[in-house]
Design a protein around this ligand. Structure first.
Ligand code: WT7
Length: 663
C-alpha cells in the first residue's frame, strides 16, 4: 500500500513521460529526423503515405495547389477504397479476421469476419445496391447502429463509386431528413433496431419518419438486427423497403469489379455542426483521405497487420470512419467494433473485450476515461490487459489527472498515450505525439505531425511566441483535408479560410486554415488545444451547434426566445444549458420543460437534450441586440461575471444569476 501511495505521488508530480522502451523497440516510426525530413521535402514527403495504397494508375502530381483553397492531391491517380481495404489483403490475409464484431450482450451475437468473408459480403451488397439503381456518384445515406452491415455498406458503396453519407443513429428523423435533402440522397440503409442495455430498441420508426420528410423518393434497405425480438415493433416492409439479408442472398456469390475512382473523386460526405443552424456537408475524396488515415494509423496508432485494434467510437462519427473502418482496414489489420454501452452488463465491459480478444491498441474519448475513473480501478484490475501496447484519446482536451489514471490503470505504465487532436474536416490526426519518438506531456496533445504546419496565432494572424496562447491554424494543406462543403464552395471559404487568409490571392502561402479552436504552445512546440472558439459545444466528444439547438428550442410552442450555452461538466466535458424566454410568463414551467426537451429530441436527438433549462424574462443583450452568450456561460459555470458594461440591460444578468444560484 505504501508503495502504491508513492507511485500515486510520483505520477501526480511527473509532467513529462518518456515513451516506454519496450514500445519504442518495436514501433513503426522511431526516427526523430522525420520532422526535419518532411519539412525539407514538402509536399513530396506525402509520397510515403501514398505508397501505403495500391494504385490502379499512378498519380502524376503529389499536390496541385494552383487554385487555393481548392487543393488537389495525388492527381491523375486512380484507385478504389474497397479494393484498398479488402481485396488486396486476400492473398496474404484472407483467413485472418478483418472485423471482430462484439454484439451487445443481450443476444451474445459476436462475429469474427475474415477478409475473405468481408470480401464476399461487400461484393454481394455492392451488387444488390447496383440492382436497386445506385450509380456512381449517387449519395447513399446510412442511419445505422454498430452492426457488421454498417462497415460492409460503406465498403460496398466505395466499391461502386457511390459516396456515403452517414448520419449518427442517435440523430432524429428530422436530422436525417435534413441531411438527405441537402445531399439529394435517394438511398438509405438502416436497421429495424438494436439493443441497448439488454433491451431491443426500435430504430426503423425513426428512420421511416425521416424518409417521409425527404423531398424526393427514397429506396430503403433495412437490416434485420433484432429478429424475433423486434416482432413487437410490428415492422412489415413496404414496397420501397428491402430486406438486407434477402438482397444479399439474392446476390449470393456475385462479384462486382471495384470501380476505378479518380484520386479526387468523392469518397464520402459527413455532416457536422457549425456556427449557423445548417449542418455542414464535409466532403472527403478518395486518395488523400485514404493515404492520410492509413499513414496516421501506422505512424500514430502503430497499427500492424497482426494487431487486434479496438476503437470504441461509433461509425456515425468521423473517428469511426477513419479509425474503425478505413485506416485500420487499409493496413490489413483486425479492427474491433462493439455495439453496446461501456457499462453494460457491467463497468468492466471494455476490459473484458480487451482481455478476450488480446487487444493491442485501445482508442477512446476523454469523457469515457473520466467515467472509467469514476467507476474505479477495480474493474480493469479484474482483467489481464497485458496485450495492450498503445492507448489513444480523441474528441476533447484531456486533463492530466484522467490521463495519468489511463496511463497507470489501463496501460500499466507500459503503453504510450497518443492524445490526438483533429476534426471531421481534417480527415485524420493532425496534432499528436509520435508514440515511438516524442515524450508525452499529459494535457498537451503534442507537436504537429511531421509535414503538418500548425501554428498558434493572435487575432491578427501573427504567430504567438512559445508560452503564448491564441488560435490554432494550419498554414499548409495536407492530403486528408476536406475539399469543400458539399455544393457550397462559398461557405467552405467563409467558414475555414476567410479569417486569416487573403481570399483574393491565388498564392497558397496566403491561405490559412482555421479550425476554430483556441490553443497554447510551449517552448518545445507542444500544442495544448483548449476548445472551440465558435458556437459549437462539445458534449462527451460529440460536436453540437448551439444555433441548431436554439432553433429546436424556439420551435417548442410557448417559447419566445432562447440562448444555448455549453457549461463545464466533470464527466461530459460540456453539457447544454438553455436560457429561455416564454411567450406567457404564467405558463406551466414543467410542461414547457417537457415540450422543450421533446423538441430537441425530435429535431436533433437525445444527445442535445439540455441538462438545465432556465426561464428568464429577458436575455442579456448588447446595444445592437446580440445575445451575450459569454455571460450566460459564466453564470452556468459559476464564474465571476466579466464586463457587463456593453449590455443594454445589465440588471438582467444579476437576476438570472440569482435564479440559477437559487436553484
Ligand atoms: C473538435 C472536432 C476528431 C474526431 C472527433 C471529434 C475537439 C478533438 C481533441 C483533442 C482537444 C479536441 C476540437 C475539435 N477535439 N480532438 N485531442 N484535444 N480537443 O471530431 O466532431 O469534428 O470535433 O473536437 O475542438 O475542433 P469533431
Amino acid at each position: 500500500m505504501v508503495e502504491n501511495d508513492n507511485l500515486e505521488t510520483r505520477l501526480a508530480e511527473q509532467d513529462v513521460f518518456e515513451p516506454p522502451e519496450s514500445f519504442v523497440e518495436q514501433a513503426n516510426v522511431t526516427d526523430p529526423n522525420i520532422y526535419e525530413e518532411f519539412e525539407e521535402n514538402w509536399p513530396e514527403c506525402w509520397e510515403g503515405a501514398a505508397d501505403l495504397l495500391d494504385w490502379y494508375d499512378d498519380y502524376d502530381q503529389v499536390l496541385d495547389d494552383s487554385n487555393p483553397p481548392f487543393y488537389e492531391w495525388f492527381t491523375g491517380g486512380t484507385l478504389n477504397a474497397s479494393h484498398e481495404c479488402v481485396d488486396r489483403h486476400l492473398s496474404e490475409r484472407g483467413d485472418e479476421v478483418a472485423i471482430e464484431w462484439v454484439g451487445e450482450p443481450a443476444d451474445e451475437a459476436d462475429r469474427s469476419i475474415t477478409y475473405e468473408e468481408l470480401h464476399r459480403e461487400v461484393n454481394e451488397f455492392a451488387a444488390a445496391l447496383r440492382d436497386l439503381g445506385v450509380g456512381e456518384d449517387d449519395v447513399v445515406t446510412m442511419h445505422m447502429p454498430m452492426i457488421p452491415a454498417h462497415p460492409i455498406a460503406l465498403l460496398a458503396c466505395a466499391r461502386i463509386g457511390a459516396p456515403h453519407s452517414v448520419v449518427f443513429a442517435g440523430f432524429s428523423a428530422e436530422a436525417l431528413a435534413e441531411r438527405m435533402n441537402a445531399a439529394d440522397s435517394e438511398y438509405l440503409v438502416t436497421a429495424d433496431g438494436y439493443y441497448r442495455r439488454g433491451d431491443p430498441l426500435d430504430h426503423l420508426s425513426k428512420s421511416r419518419e425521416g424518409v417521409e420528410k425527404v423531398e424526393h423518393d427514397v429506396e430503403t434497405v433495412v437490416v434485420d438486427r433484432l429478429g424475433p425480438n423486434g416482432d413487437d415493433f410490428g415492422h412489415d416492409l413496404d414496397e420501397d423497403e428491402h430486406d438486407y439479408a434477402d438482397l444479399v442472398a439474392d446476390h449470393a456469390g456475385a462479384t462486382v469489379e471495384p470501380v476505378a475512382r479518380d484520386a479526387e473523386d468523392m469518397l464520402f460526405l459527413m455532416y457536422t455542426s457549425g456556427t449557423t443552424g445548417q449542418p455542414k456537408g464535409v466532403k472527403h475524396t478518395t486518395a488523400g483521405y485514404l493515404a492520410w488515415t492509413a499513414w496516421t494509423s501506422q505512424a500514430v496508432l502503430d497499427v500492424k497487420p497482426e494487431d487486434t485494434y479496438f476503437c470504441s467510437a461509433d461509425i456515425g462519427w468521423i473517428t469511426g470512419h477513419s479509425y474503425i473502418v478505413y485506416g485500420p482496414l487499409a493496413l490489413g489489420t483486425t479492427t474491433t467494433m462493439y455495439e453496446g454501452a461501456p457499462d453494460y452488463p457491467a463497468e468492466d465491459r471494455f476490459w473484458e473485450i480487451v482481455d478476450d480478444l488480446d487487444v493491442t491498441q485501445f482508442y477512446t474519448a476523454p469523457t469515457a476515461i473520466r467515467s472509467f475513473m469514476k467507476w474505479g480501478a477495480e474493474h480493469p484490475q479484474r482483467h489481464d490487459l497485458s496485450s495492450l501496447r498503445l492507448l489513444g484519446t480523441v474528441g476533447e482536451p484531456i486533463n492530466p489527472k484522467p490521463w495519468k489514471w489511463y496511463y497507470k490503470h489501463i496501460g500499466g505504465e507500459e503503453c504510450p498515450i497518443v492524445d490526438t487532436w483533429w476534426q471531421t474536416e481534417t480527415g485524420g490526426h493532425m496534432v499528436t505525439t509520435l508514440p515511438g519518438v516524442n515524450d508525452m506531456k499529459p494535457g498537451s496533445a503534442g507537436p504537429a505531425l511531421p509535414g503538418v504546419d500548425a501554428r498558434i496565432v493572435d487575432g491578427n494572424g501573427e504567430e504567438v511566441p512559445a508560452g503564448g496562447a491564441g488560435y490554432l491554424t494550419v498554414q499548409k494543406p495536407w492530403p486528408g483535408m476536406l475539399r469543400t462543403l458539399y455544393k457550397n464552395d462559398e461557405r467552405f471559404i467563409d467558414e475555414y479560410w476567410a479569417e486569416y487568409s487573403d481570399t483574393d490571392s491565388d498564392d497558397p502561402e496566403d491561405w490559412v486554415y482555421f479550425p476554430e479552436d483556441g490553443a497554447k504552445i510551449d517552448d518545445e512546440d507542444y500544442i495544448t488545444v483548449v476548445g472551440r472558439v465558435d458556437d459549437v459545444v462539445n458534449v462527451s466528444g460529440h460536436r453540437l451547434g448551439t444555433m441548431e439547438i436554439e432553433s429546436a428550442v424556439v420551435s417548442a410552442e410557448g417559447v419566445a426566445e432562447a440562448a444555448i450555452v455549453g457549461a463545464s461538466d466533470d464527466l461530459k466535458g460540456e453539457v447544454i444549458h438553455a436560457y429561455v424566454i416564454l411567450e406567457d410568463d404564467d405558463a406551466d414551467e414543467d410542461e414547457l420543460r417537457e415540450r422543450i426537451e421533446a423538441a430537441v429530441e425530435d429535431q436533433i436527438g437525445p444527445i442535445a437534450r439540455p441538462a438545465k433549462i432556465v426561464f428568464t424574462p429577458e436575455l442579456p443583450k448588447t446595444r445592437s441586440g446580440k445575445i451575450m452568450r459569454r455571460l450566460l456561460e459564466e453564470i452556468s459555470d459559476g464564474e465571476e461575471l466579466g464586463d457587463t458594461s456593453t449590455l443594454r440591460n445589465p440588471d438582467i444578468v444579476r437576476n438570472i444569476e440569482a435564479e440559477v444560484r437559487g436553484e
